[in-house]
Design a protein around this ligand. Structure first.
Ligand code: UDP
Ligand code: MG
Length: 313
């Protein structure tokens, strides 16, 4: 492999950066000496940190040409920061690995990723074997999230976060998606080039605190669903029809009660219209939703296809 890049998003990571650089540059040196890569760089993307993250990156870059830095003017979030880094190396990197700064993902398996890449695989997912170090809460909310995504019809690789290798053509395919709402692990899944998984155990954060509090996790999950699926809109229509179906039952029941004379005046008409109007409104909203879903797919302007090979052109 010619140019290898490791892209690392950093937000207030002053506590971990020296160790991260130590481990990653160690790894790159190893890969170089084994001849698995011809050149390797670490690209830190400073996502508008408020601490001394950028100063550390600057210092490291001045000492070592292997370290590159990209400073974003303000905090845009993990996904966008990753994108910034990836986009900036797409023309020069033969392959990129993205990894978090906090060393929770196993640096060692990057070598396995590089091996797989050298065997001709384009997309290599780092997959967590187990979640021993996560709290029960994080474990189950994460599990619920994957299940929900599946239910919504967008396949994401189970237990895979944003630790992965992309070949240059896979990366170029990825950045040909012009959408602004990023959910990278869902998007990578749409590329379609040869892919495989490598497994590792996720560790404790090396130092510092998580930059993903519950509120951000929730938003992330919601983004994941709403940037990939129009199913919730379909569900409105479905529940509308269900309501109308119920309303037929209610109508029969109410009229029956009415003729038995057991009801107070106005009850029958109120009950019947309540269910029926409710159902019709939901169906109407669902129909509007269908159109919104279409608009949504149009404005994303995703590529219609991604070429893999041509023969005898
Ligand atoms: N991060 C970022 N911008 C943000 C939040 C996080 O670039 O707004 C980076 C952070 O520095 C880390 C990675 O995204 O390298 C994952 O964040 P963290 O480890 O805090 O998340 P967790 O592992 O707890 O889910
Ligand atoms: Mg982390």
């Amino acid at each position: 492999m010619k140019n290898f890049f490791i892209v690392v998003p950093c937000y207030n990571e002053e506590a971990v950066l020296n160790e991260t650089t130590r481990q990653l540059s160690e790894l790159i040196k190893g890969l170089l000496s084994k001849g698995k890569i011809a050149s390797g760089k670490i690209l830190y993307v400073d996502d508008g940190s408020k601490d001394s993250t950028w100063d550390i990156i600057e210092l490291q870059a001045s000492k070592c040409p292997m370290i590159a830095g990209l400073k974003l003017a303000h905090n845009v979030g993990h996904q966008q920061a990753l994108w910034a880094g990836l986009e900036s190396v797409a023309d020069i990197a033969s392959a990129t690995v993205t990894i978090d700064a906090d060393l929770q993902d196993d640096v060692e398996v990057i070598e396995t990723m590089v091996d797989r890449f050298n065997e001709g695989i384009d997309v290599i997912y780092g997959v967590r074997e187990e979640r021993k170090t996560d709290s029960a809460f994080k474990k189950y909310t994460a599990l619920a999230f994957y299940k929900l995504m599946q239910l919504m019809g967008s396949e994401v690789v189970y237990n895979h976060a944003d630790f992965r290798l992309l070949s240059q053509r896979a990366l170029k395919a990825l950045i040909s998606f012009p959408e602004r709402n990023l959910f990278l692990r869902g998007m990578v899944n749409l590329i379609g080039y040869p892919s495989c998984k490598v497994f590792y155990n996720r560790k404790e954060r090396f130092a510092g605190e998580t930059k993903y509090p519950l509120s951000k996790m929730f938003n992330f999950a919601l983004d994941g669903i709403t940037s990939f699926s129009v199913k919730p809109l379909r569900w409105i229509t479905a529940s509308g029809f269900l309501f109308i179906l119920v309303s037929i039952g209610v109508i029969i029941y109410a009229i029956y009660e009415h003729f038995l004379g057991k009801t107070s005046p106005g009850w029958t008409s109120l009950l019947v219209s309540l269910w029926f109007i409710g159902g019709s409104l939901l169906v109407a909203m669902g129909i509007v939703g269908e159109y919104i879903g279409k608009i949504y797919k149009e404005v994303k302007r995703r590529p219609r296809f991604i070429e893999e090979q041509r023969l005898n052109f």
